[in-house]
Design a protein around this ligand. Structure first.
Ligand code: ATP
Ligand code: MG
Length: 574
């Protein structure tokens, strides 16, 4: 038998006003509903109701992790600098790493992630290939000195993460665990009630890393993604392969046109009365040796600098001064008649376009109908553009749609990056020492909590999915002083608790309107209103928070009416 929680005894201070710094629903509502409190920028306390939700999310994460065979451990947040020196990340990580010294002047950091610690843990203990694969995980506070902490729990400086690390003797074994983890991550999102998409976070750099982000779809999300309505392709626009379809410019010969005052693609398209997709955008950068490279992409797209960096080692865009020094007229740059020695790299999608509308390398002039192959040549073709809605799906050819998302989790094939740097080896079947092949997998537990609210709210408050709600049912007696009403409400609450529901009773001596508003703000999935008038007819009112649907239920059939939700509760469990 579980106890009924009483609102008079619960530390759940709700607020009428929105916090001044809250820009998005989840931040606003979690504070107003008395679930979290701000301590400092990006640092929060979880109050009892917030804790209950957190515990449920953690329980789901634990069940899913344990089901994969991963074993739970707990590492310290405080990590010695030496380990970070070994991996090279003490220098590479930058100002996000929270660094401190102890009284003996030894360097430490507060862990933003735990690859160093876990690699140091296993390197002396997992010795034989027979012990592999092994996966360890923890649920723990992480610290990142984010440049812009915001959106409450979505981007904070101290947050709760589930991080798992797997150790393997082969790429095949890593792939197997990676697939199992990806499945578990999908289950976690689903069981938390999230509308989500697994998205490509890296286009598969040769010899590079394989990774997938799990995005909760939400306008408040900081990530931009594209997804295919017809197949399962979805990608972070930072990473996704781009198949643009630029428009061909109809011309029989190249013509130089005076374009006074035209400095942008939008102005050029307007000036010529053509689509931006019929123009070609020039970007100029340099490689690691400082050699200038000219990049050309469809006019309606943006350059993806990460992709450029894969084609050109040490890629950096030129500053306006550097462009001038290279003898190039910003706003009128093109592939025809470039200064000697400038390499021309163009987006693959432009291969199919024979006549380009481009700058003439002379201020105030452009070419229309510049012919690829005769008027100019391209030295190299590459995927250079940021993918966007309207582009072609690289898997099936359908038209991609766009959305915004909150990255709630990510799975990653690390390879031997950390094991090699930190000398973590096992002895292989042939007796030789080999570095572990590793995977790592992170769920933002506190971010997931906020993402759930971001997807489940309305103008009145939170609409918790049953599986993660701070309690399933709130019983609301309209008048606690009435000795006909209150004892009935108590009995209903106790019976439901005996039936396995988590029940809270609003036993506060407050006006009905005040209690209803609080119940909707906190977002109990089911509300049972017990009032004098209803009881005269032998009924109470059952309300579903998610739909607002209300129904008068005879006291005698209440348990039956509630059994539908009991079934749902069971189904949603593993
Ligand atoms: P982001 O790109 O949003 O900064 P990340 O890719 O750096 O996140 P990871 O290193 O992949 O984050 O960490 C694993 C998970 O931890 C993320 O998927 C996210 O859910 C969560 N997380 C990361 N940074 C934060 C933060 N500042 N506040 C809350 N959760 C975070
Ligand atoms: Mg990530």
């Amino acid at each position: 038998m579980t106890d009924v929680m009483r609102l008079t005894e619960l530390y759940a201070p709700t607020l009428k006003e929105d916090p001044a710094d809250a820009e998005i629903a989840s931040h606003r509502l979690l504070v107003r509903a008395g679930m979290i409190r701000k301590v400092a920028s990006g640092v929060y306390t979880y109050l009892p109701l917030g804790m209950r939700v957190l515990a449920k999310i953690e329980a789901i994460v634990r069940e899913e992790m344990n089901a994969t065979g991963a074993q739970e451990i707990l590492m310290p947040a405080l990590q010695p600098a030496e380990l970070w020196h070994e991996s090279g990340r003490w220098n590479d990580y930058g100002p996000e790493l929270m660094r401190l010294n102890d009284r003996h002047d030894h360097g430490f950091c507060l862990g933003p992630t735990h690859e160093e610690l876990i690699t140091a843990l296993v390197r002396n203990e997992l010795r034989s290939y027979r012990q592999l694969p092994t996966t360890l995980y923890q649920i723990q506070s992480k610290f990142r000195d984010e440049i812009r902490p915001r959106f409450g729990l979505l981007r904070s400086r101290e947050f709760i993460m589930k991080d798992a690390y797997s150790f393997h003797s082969s790429q095949e074994s890593l792939q197997e665990t990676y697939d199992v983890m990806s499945k578990a991550y999908g289950n976690i999102c689903e069981r938390c009630g999230l509308d989500y998409r697994p998205v490509e976070a890296d286009s598969g750099q040769i010899g590079g890393s394989v990774t997938c982000e799990f995005m909760a779809l939400a306008d408040a999300g900081e990530a931009e993604l594209v997804y295919c309505p017809d197949c399962d392709f979805a990608a972070n626009t930072e990473a996704g392969a781009c198949c643009a379809h630029p428009t061909e410019y109809e011309a029989s010969a190249m013509e130089k046109i005076e374009t006074p005052g035209v400095a942008s693609i939008a102005e050029l398209a307007e000036f010529l009365h053509i689509e931006e997709s019929a123009t070609v955008k020039a970007m100029v950068g340099k490689d690691a040796d400082g050699k200038v490279v000219a990049l050309f992409i469809p006019g309606d797209h943006e350059l993806n600098e990460i992709k450029a960096g894969r084609v050109i080692e040490g890629f950096e865009l030129l500053t306006d001064d550097e462009i001038k020094d290279a003898g190039l007229p910003k706003g009128s740059i093109g592939p025809v008649g470039l200064p000697e020695g400038i390499r021309v790299i163009a987006d693959e999608s432009l291969k199919a376009v024979s006549r380009w509308v481009v700058g003439a390398n002379e201020a105030g002039y452009h070419y229309v109908g510049a012919c690829q192959g005769s008027d100019f040549t391209v030295d190299q073709w590459a995927d250079l553009s940021v993918v966007k809605a309207g582009d072609t799906c690289p898997h099936c050819g359908a038209v991609l749609e766009g959305a915004r998302g909150i990255e709630v989790s990510q799975v990653f094939q690390l390879g031997d990056k950390y094991s090699k740097a930190m000398g973590a080896v096992y002895s292989a079947e042939d007796g030789s020492d080999q570095p572990f092949i590793m995977g790592c997998y992170g769920v933002g537990v506190s971010r997931t909590l906020a993402a759930i609210v971001e997807q489940h709210n309305d103008e009145y408050g939170i609409q918790w999915p049953l599986a993660v709600a701070p309690a399933h049912v709130c019983v609301i007696p309209l008048n606690v002083g009435d000795d006909e009403v209150y004892p009935v409400a108590e009995r209903i609450a106790q019976n439901l608790a005996n039936d396995g529901f988590e029940v809270v009773i609003d036993d506060r001596d407050e006006r009905p309107g005040f209690k209803f508003a609080d119940a909707d703000l906190i977002g109990w999935p089911l509300q049972i209103v017990v009032g004098k008038r209803g009881l005269k007819e032998g009924t109470v009112e059952l309300k579903r928070r998610s739909t607002g649907e209300k129904q008068d239920v005879a006291l005698a059939t209440l348990s039956e009416a509630m059994s539908a939700f009991r079934r749902f509760k069971r189904n949603n469990a593993r």
